[in-house]
Write a protein that binds this ligand. Structure first.
Ligand code: AMP
Length: 216
């Protein structure tokens, strides 16, 4: 039974793929570093305020903080015997070192790396049309994955909002940060034998067909 680590630039559809796998197979649960960080912001602690300021500026959050949050979430999954999809982590050499150590000790036979490659202009277009649930973080797209009722989450009926970090200027900054920092990490995972690469620039229905055949 595989767990998946999903890589791709902001807007490539990592969160959408995680959501899709969790929806199709309830053995999966989603771990998303951005959601873990937003949960900390919601707590309103001074750490949460620091994280909020970095997210609002399109900057990476302190790598020790992110690593601890993600790895303790993954440890919890292992204890509960759940499968996970992880997205948003690792993104830097330090995070990769922490993650690889965790994988070697706990997960070496049950992990696959998924890389979604996408034209950055298409990713940007998707980000500016993206909205998400303020309660459960489910992602929608005004253009090609709209909610059933406008402005309301299909699952919990809470309001849908555009994240500040998806507004055009910040979205572009985040894509640039990905190509400057994270792409090198992803190139490394690309050489691993348990890696699967998808072309995420295609229409979503085509991507979903491949995800169903290859990942489920
Ligand atoms: P996302 O939900 O992937 O769009 O992430 C939202 C924001 O959380 C990013 O713009 C970063 O500020 C922060 N973030 C998410 N994952 C990481 C990470 N692995 N390392 C550092 N910062 C992160």
């Amino acid at each position: 039974m595989n767990n998946y680590v999903i890589f791709g630039c902001p807007g490539s559809g990592k969160g959408t793929l995680s959501q899709f796998l969790c929806y199709k197979d309830e053995a999966f649960e989603q771990v998303c570093s951005g959601d873990l960080l937003r949960n900390e912001v919601q707590k309103g602690t001074s750490l949460g305020q620091e994280i909020d300021a970095l997210i609002k500026n399109g900057k990476l959050v302190d790598e020790e903080i992110v690593s601890q949050l993600v790895i303790s979430a993954l440890e919890d999954f292992l204890k509960r015997n759940k499968r996970f999809t992880l997205d948003g982590f690792p993104q830097t050499p330090y995070q990769k070192k922490r993650f690889d150590r965790f994988v070697d000790a706990n997960l070496s036979n049950s992990l696959k790396y998924v890389i979604i490659e996408i034209n950055p202009l298409i990713a940007l277009q998707r980000m500016v049309n993206r909205i998400s649930c303020v309660n459960c973080s489910k992602i929608y797209n005004l253009e090609f994955l709209p909610p059933r009722v406008s402005g309301k989450c299909d699952f919990c009926f809470f309001p849908l909002k555009q994240r500040n970090s998806d507004k055009a200027e910040l979205a572009k900054k985040r894509i640039d940060l990905y190509s400057d920092v994270t792409e090198k990490i992803v190139e490394h995972y690309k050489t691993e034998k348990q890696t699967i690469v998808f072309d995420g620039s295609r229409p979503l229905e085509d991507c979903f067909k491949d995800y169903t055949t290859i990942l489920l």
